[in-house]
Ligand binder design. Structure first.
Ligand code: S3P
Length: 188
């Protein structure tokens, strides 16, 4: 197999990061800008289970959700040329991280706990934040997950930027474009 064929197999752009960092909105904009399909892993999970994530957590529990998430990550990692948005807890799992890493470039969107709280507080579809003290939960989960998010190939602070600006920042990053095989070394 030629090198370019191998590179095309693993040229997905995978957005990871905590809930409320903008993965889905940014991912859709990025996909449009790059003329790629957008794949939302949470949507794949809901389609597979035929129920919203909130109900999967309630009826079957988080462990079951993580099992389905693992299957979906495996399926998505076989795709090529996509922009993929992974749920906030996906790369905490070692197997998921390996699968996603082998399928492309992982970009982590980051935000402060205050921004995350502001962006998520009126949305009740996230079971992990549907708790009596979401602020504390965000801080604790962020701390627990920090080292996993730091394994991404690139990280981007989203505080103070709108989704359009974040998507543009990704596209303007020459290192990202090179790594994703969107431009070649001798271009620009
Ligand atoms: C989760 C994040 C959610 C969803 C599920 C669990 C997490 O996705 O997968 O509620 O563990 O952080 P988003 O990050 O897209 O909200």
């Amino acid at each position: 197999m030629g090198l370019s064929v191998i590179l095309n197999f693993m040229n997905n752009i995978i957005l990871v990061g905590f809930m409320g960092t903008g993965k889905s909105v940014v991912g859709k904009l990025l996909a449009k800008k790059l003329s790629r399909d957008f794949v939302e892993l949470d949507d794949m999970i809901e389609a597979k289970e035929k129920m919203p994530i909130k109900d999967i957590f309630e009826k079957k529990g988080e462990l079951y959700f993580r099992q389905v998430e693992r299957e979906v990550v495996k399926e998505a990692s076989r795709l090529a040329n996509k922009v993929i948005s992974a749920g906030g807890g996906a790369i905490v799992d070692e197997e998921n991280f390996k699968n996603l890493k082998s399928s492309g470039t992982i970009i982590c969107l980051k935000a402060s706990p205050e921004t995350i709280l502001k962006r998520t507080k009126n949305i009740k579809t996230r079971p992990l934040l549907n708790v009596s003290d979401p602020e504390k939960q965000i801080e604790e989960l962020l701390k627990k997950r920090e080292s996993y998010y730091n394994k991404a190939d690139f990280s981007l602070e989203t505080d103070g930027f709108n989704p359009e600006q974040v998507a543009q920042k990704i596209i303007d990053n020459r290192d990202v474009l090179l790594r994703c095989n969107i431009i070649k070394n001798n271009e620009l």
